[in-house]
Ligand binder design. Structure first.
Ligand code: SF4
Length: 460
């Protein structure tokens, strides 16, 4: 009973979050930056913030996360961090030689009011940025939003500051994948290739945060979207943005700067959302859906049909990031399960309206909360009052799962006590199979564990 202090009775809270269902903005900005090839993320603030962001990403991805910091001291905290950032840009290009530095702010530099746009421009003007190299920047005050907001802000900055419209149309689609795992980015690329659609995807952390063990440290692994690819997004024929919270800002930026229109879709998690993604790829890419993809879909449907009795009417609580939860809610309903509690620490009115649009008349008892005070403490209270059969969320859910003896599937960010998320996708039909396998695994393990001897089944 690690959370024995969680009471059943709910008390209205307005200014207190307990066990937040989110983390801080710069973590998302740092993750997005790592999806550019040859990029060194730079945290404009104190060393402590940067160390925390790096360690959180390292724990989740089990990879060393490279990033630099402006190393604020008392002086820079009072007088501003311009001198530190200019010195840092000079040192980074001289010593670490990245293709690009992606600067994000922190609570401290935002509170001081440092103008990173002006500082970056001064770095160019002072000749601190070598020919052919780049500095991009974004604002990530962590007292607003969440890590998803930071990811969205940095991705939008890539679009605003790097995309170029040259007037020659390139027969390719932009895909903005949202905050998904490197394995998901590999899967999105595989599906696009299978469809015969040429894409440029950004950011792309595959080949960076899922790199193989070679015995040799690579400061800049092979993966990531290259700068020429990022520039070319302004000449693409269309953009497909996945996950409104993480990706729409960047899609809008390319549209307004380069007049490349976009489709805004849910993350392709589960059957219906993947169907819409495949349809969009076919429509915007001008291709037909090949038999191989129809077969994958059929395999997923076959598992659902075979195992339906273990899924039907099961009550599920889910928490984490909004784009994942929106798609997961729809998938669970497609499986005839009942997502009754949905909680995200990331604010935004669209979240509740989209969930209610998907679930409103199919799961009328659903409770949805996001933003301020939408936390794991509240979710635990809801579960204590009306229990669920399954919990899905990041590693922090293990405390609730243990105390309430609920089957638990780890999904989302961060996962710091299991592996697999970097290598096995949750998007696409294959990803749907993986989620389903995990859900069925924990539900059937519980059935086995709780079965009386005469009811203990070999074949399930
Ligand atoms: S001070 Fe702000 S930016 Fe730094 S770790 Fe804390 S929440 Fe994140």
């Amino acid at each position: 009973m690690l959370l024995r202090h969680t009471p059943k009775e709910e008390v209205k809270r307005e200014a207190l979050t307990i066990n937040p269902a989110k983390t801080c903005q710069p973590i998302g900005a740092m993750y997005a930056s790592l999806g550019i090839h040859g990029c060194l993320p730079h945290s404009h603030g104190s060393q402590g913030c940067c160390a925390y962001h790096r360690s959180t990403l390292t724990r989740h991805y089990k990879e060393p996360i490279m990033a630099a910091t402006s190393s604020f001291t008392e002086g820079s905290s009072v007088f501003g961090g311009q001198a530190n950032l200019l010195q840092a840009i000079n040192t980074i290009f001289t010593v670490y030689n990245p293709d690009i530095i992606a600067v994000h702010t922190t609570c401290l530099s935002e509170t001081i009011g440092d103008d990173v746009n002006q500082i970056a421009q001064k770095a160019y003007d002072d000749g601190k940025v070598p020919e052919g190299k780049y500095v991009i920047h974004t604002n990530t005050p962590s007292y607003i939003g969440s890590h998803v907001t930071g990811f969205s802000n940095m991705t939008a900055s890539m679009a605003k500051q790097l995309s170029e419209h040259t007037g020659r149309d390139i027969d390719q689609l932009n895909i903005i994948p949202g905050w998904v795992e490197p394995a998901d980015m590999v899967e999105i690329k595989r599906l696009s290739a299978e469809m015969g659609v040429k894409i440029v995807m950004f950011p792309d952390t595959s080949g960076v945060l899922d790199a193989p063990q070679t015995g040799k440290h690579e400061m800049y692994p092979d993966g990531g979207t290259t700068i020429p690819e990022l520039k070319s997004t302004g000449d693409s024929i269309y953009t497909i943005a996945l996950g409104k919270f993480a990706s729409e800002q960047a899609a809008q930026a390319i549209d307004s700067k380069c007049k490349v229109k976009y489709d805004m879709l849910d993350l392709p998690i589960g059957i219906s959302a993947t169907d819409r993604f495949i349809e969009a790829l076919a429509k915007r890419g001008g291709v037909y859906v090949p038999e191989s993809i129809t077969k994958e879909r059929g395999q997923l449907i076959d598992i659902v049909t075979d195992m339906h009795q273990y899924l039907y009417n099961k009550r599920v609580a889910i928490f984490g990031d909004p784009d994942q939860l929106i798609a997961l809610t729809e998938f669970l309903i497609d499986l005839n399960m009942r997502p009754v509690y949905v909680v995200s620490g990331t604010p935004g009115k669209y979240f509740e309206s989209r969930i209610m649009e998907i679930a409103g008349n199919k799961v009328p008892e659903i409770k949805v909360k996001n933003g301020s005070c939408a936390d794991a403490f509240l979710l635990h209270q809801w579960i204590k009052n009306e229990p669920v059969d399954l919990l899905i969320g990041n590693t922090y859910g293990k405390y609730i799962a243990r105390d309430e003896d609920i089957p638990f599937v780890r999904m989302g960010f961060p996962i710091v006590d299991r592996i697999g998320h970097s290598y096995f996708p949750t998007v696409g039909y294959k990803g749907g199979m993986r989620i389903l396998e995990k859900i069925l695994g924990v539900l059937m393990d519980k059935q086995d564990k709780d079965a009386k001897e005469e009811k203990f089944e070999l074949v399930m």
